[in-house]
Design a protein around this ligand. Structure first.
Ligand code: NAD
Length: 499
């Protein structure tokens, strides 16, 4: 059985805790490897070495650090197919989708190539006689990234790019379900010139995470995963005096107005609802057509599109629209939620439960599923399903649709399809959600903006990537300096405004 270890001080290292987790091939259901789960002692030793390496790295000038990002970007491009294959092999998503996973992470690295411009401080000269005030942005020290299974390349890159180019060392703890991609990224960073010890990839589970949260050397924690864990990590990290930004789950609604182009809306819903088997925090999981006529027409357009979707293993290449769920446990949970939707009175329009794929009978597959007449009290509405299930909640008016989105406890992404600019502007202005799409179903902002949800989709301050990430991974120091230019009156004991 293949064993996956850690990346410590520039080398692949086997785990010594004696604890392992199985890594599955989601398409066949077989265990393809086992990943070491780090102990608190292994973690501590990696953190101590990272702290030493960080001092030299932070003293390296920002432009040289940016050059490492430049070389890293080139290496990611050269290794695109290898990275995509690794993502698909453990996650199960299709190869074209896995390329997108790598690409959206690479775009953050591209912004990090210009990090020196984002790390500049501010200055006021002559704030008083002979007095200058200036601020600097300094690295925090050793920081941590804890990432989910669903974007094994993109989210580790979102974490490591800004943190490292700002001069920090990072302990990255990838998901134990998809651990291999981060290890290859670490190898590429070494080839790009990152000194050993500055990035340590520690595989593990709750023990490693709790070790990170309680370790006094760790200055900041960037987490992405489900809402209950995000809230837990935020609370424990903050209680230990750490800076924390913790991004959680989602329930993303798309409103379809009567004036929308329904063919385009249906295409968008199918892509955003079922791409990556719905295992995206920005997946649209709730369609909200406004008016009965819009709803009936939309359902009619969705059915043939959904029935045409091809589900299968990533090895089928471009011939597959989406793959299996990540584990048997995920599959069982999604199937149980579909059962609950039927029991609680939703109309099951397309049923994905019966899917069978020849040669992959033990894979974790669920077919594309469409519900109509879903109501707010049903479990399929209340829970993040994280599977290929699209729920339709019919709204009478635009205002009802908007209020549905506003009342939902999550606030990651949302979208509206309409031909009316006034409605679109009103929606963007009033909705309490972090990322909004107008005739755009998955509004993941480009890498020079920032990514973050509202409400229970995010705990803590500042967004991921873009300028916010450089603020999160640095702290400000402000210097007030006076250079005497003549004979003064002697010391002043009063705390007063500068004259
Ligand atoms: P998860 O919460 O199960 O795991 C995320 C990380 O937390 C992993 O590294 C895991 O090892 C660790 N972890 C899990 N249980 C823990 C515990 N009890 N104590 C300490 N650490 C623990 O999430 P997942 O299933 O890997 O990812 C899917 C979730 O992530 C979905 O809810 C999805 O919406 C969310 N997500 C959010 C964003 C975003 O930016 N908001 C992006 C991607 C995914």
């Amino acid at each position: 059985m293949k064993e996956i270890g850690h990346w410590i001080n520039g080398k692949h290292v086997a785990g010594t805790s004696g604890r392992f987790a199985d890594v599955y091939n989601p398409a066949t259901g077989e265990v393809q490897a086992r990943v070491a789960l780090a102990s608190a002692a292994e973690l501590d030793s990696a953190i101590q070495d990272a702290a030493k390496a960080q001092l030299l790295w932070a003293a390296t000038n920002p432009q040289r650090r940016a050059r490492v990002m430049m070389a890293f970007g080139a290496l990611i491009n050269q290794n695109m197919e290898k990275l995509a294959e690794l993502v698909s092999r453990e996650h199960g998503k299709t190869i074209p989708d896995a390329r997108g996973d790598v690409q959206r992470g690479l775009e953050v690295i591209e912004v990090c190539m210009g990090a020196p411009a984002l790390l500049k401080g501010e200055m006021t000269d002559n704030a008083g006689p002979g007095i200058d005030i200036y601020s600097m942005r300094q690295a925090l020290g050793v920081v941590a990234g804890i990432t989910p299974f669903n974007f094994p390349a993109m989210i580790p890159l979102w974490k490591m790019g800004p943190a490292l180019s700002a001069g920090n060392a990072m302990i990255l703890k990838p998901s134990e379900r998809t651990p291999s991609t981060a290890l290859l990224l670490a190898e590429l960073l070494q080839q790009a010139g990152l000194p050993d010890g500055v990035l340590q990839v520690i595989n593990g589970d709750k023990e490693a995470v709790d070790g990170i949260l309680d370790h006094e050397v760790i200055q900041a924690v960037g987490f992405v995963g489900s809402t209950p864990i995000a809230q837990y990590i935020y609370g424990r990290a903050a209680a230990n005096g750490k800076r924390a930004q913790c991004f959680g789950g989602a329930k993303n609604h798309m409103i379809i107005m009567p004036d929308a182009d329904l063919d385009k809306a249906a295409d968008a819903l199918v892509g955003a609802g079922f791409g990556a088997a719905g295992e995206r925090c920005m997946a649209i999981s709730v369609a909200v057509p406004v008016g009965e006529k819009t709803a009936d027409a939309l359902i009619d357009k969705l059915i043939p599109r959904i029935e045409k979707l091809k589900v299968g293993p990533y090895t089928a290449g471009e011939d597959v629209d989406f793959g299996p769920l990540v584990t048997k446990q995920a599959e069982t949970r999604v199937r149980a939620l579909i059962d609950s939707g039927v029991e609680q009175g939703a109309k099951l329009v397309v049923d994905g439960r019966g899917i069978k794929i020849q040669g992959y009978e033990h894979g974790f597959f669920v077919g594309a599923t469409l519900f109509d007449n879903v109501t707010k009290d049903m479990d399929i509405y209340k829970q993040e399903i994280f599977g290929p299930v699209l729920s339709t909640v019919r709204a009478k008016t635009y205002e009802d649709a908007l209020q549905l989105v506003i009342a939902n406890e999550y606030g990651n992404g949302t979208a509206i399809f309409t031909a009316d600019g006034d409605t679109a502007r009103d929606f963007a202005s009033r909705v309490n959600v972090g990322m909004v799409g107008i005739n755009f179903p998955i509004p993941v902002p480009l890498s020079y903006y920032t990514f973050g949800g509202w409400k229970k989709s995010s705990f803590g301050d500042l967004n991921q990537y873009g300028p916010d990430a450089f603020r999160f991974y640095t702290k400000t120091k402000t210097v007030t300096a006076r250079w005497f230019s003549g004979i003064k009156d002697g010391a002043s004991l009063n705390f007063k405004a500068l004259d």
